[in-house]
Design a protein around this ligand. Structure first.
Ligand SMILES: CC(C)(COP(=O)(O)OP(=O)(O)OC[C@H]1O[C@@H](n2cnc3c(N)ncnc32)[C@H](O)[C@@H]1OP(=O)(O)O)[C@@H](O)C(=O)NCCC(=O)NCCS
Length: 178
């Protein structure tokens, strides 16, 4: 497993976390309990911090990074991901804030200071521009994203179910390595 220190700060892992051995985590990163990090994820908490909430999964090939403090933005842009968030394959999440029970579709890009409220689906291949706020309870698609329609009950239920599926899956992978 590639867990690297930066300026004396190393990633902190919660209970029962799974990190694939090909993933790279560096610096000020805190993973909540039951988080899973899949192959070829690159996450650098160097010029700011990264937080990932309980039961969230970051799928294969996703890149997580942050922006440093500047004269225009005193705190810079950390990356904060809530609980029960599914981040699909090959996404780019940069210096943004995601709430709870969110699906980030495959290949989506979320840029600095964007805010994604709870219970949102972002369609595959979408682009969320800097500073954009996505309202709770809606599907967003496109590049740049537009609000498509409210989520239906099945989609809302799927958000938690997807996270739970990944908790089960990572437990199976953990059993292989123990
Ligand atoms: C957006 C999404 C949720 C489907 O929503 P939907 O309303 O059921 O979509 P439909 O299949 O009924 O298609 C509705 C329209 O949206 C379009 N569409 C579907 N997905 C889209 C996407 N990601 N971006 C842009 N347009 C999309 C369809 O082409 C269709 O257009 P049309 O009406 O002009 O023919 C789905 O396509 C998606 O992107 N899911 C993300 C899955 C994923 O990446 N999971 C993570 C990996 S585990």
């Amino acid at each position: 497993m590639s867990i690297r220190s930066y300026k004396g700060v190393s990633p902190a892992l919660g209970a029962n976390v799974y990190v694939d051995e090909s993933a790279v985590l560096a610096g000020d990163i805190v993973l909540g309990d039951d988080v899973s990090i899949w192959p070829l994820v690159a996450a650098r908490g160097d010029v700011n911090f990264i937080r990932i909430g309980a039961r969230s999964n970051i799928q294969d090939g996703t890149v997580l990074h942050v922006s440093r403090p500047s004269s225009k933005n005193a705190d810079g842009s950390p990356l904060i991901i809530g609980d029960d968030v599914t981040v699909g394959h090959k996404c780019m999440l940069h210096g943004c804030r995601l709430g709870n029970r969110i699906l980030v579709g495959m290949g989506a890009i979320v840029m600095d200071d964007a805010i994604v409220e709870d219970d949102v689906i972002i369609g595959a291949g979408s682009l969320v521009p800097p500073g954009k706020r996505l309202e709770s309870g809606y599907l967003y698609v496109g590049s740049p994203v537009k609000q498509a329609r409210p989520l239906n009950d099945a989609e809302r239920a799927f958000l938690s179910a997807s996270a739970q599926n990944y908790v089960v899956l990572k437990n199976e992978y953990l059993a292989e390595t123990n």
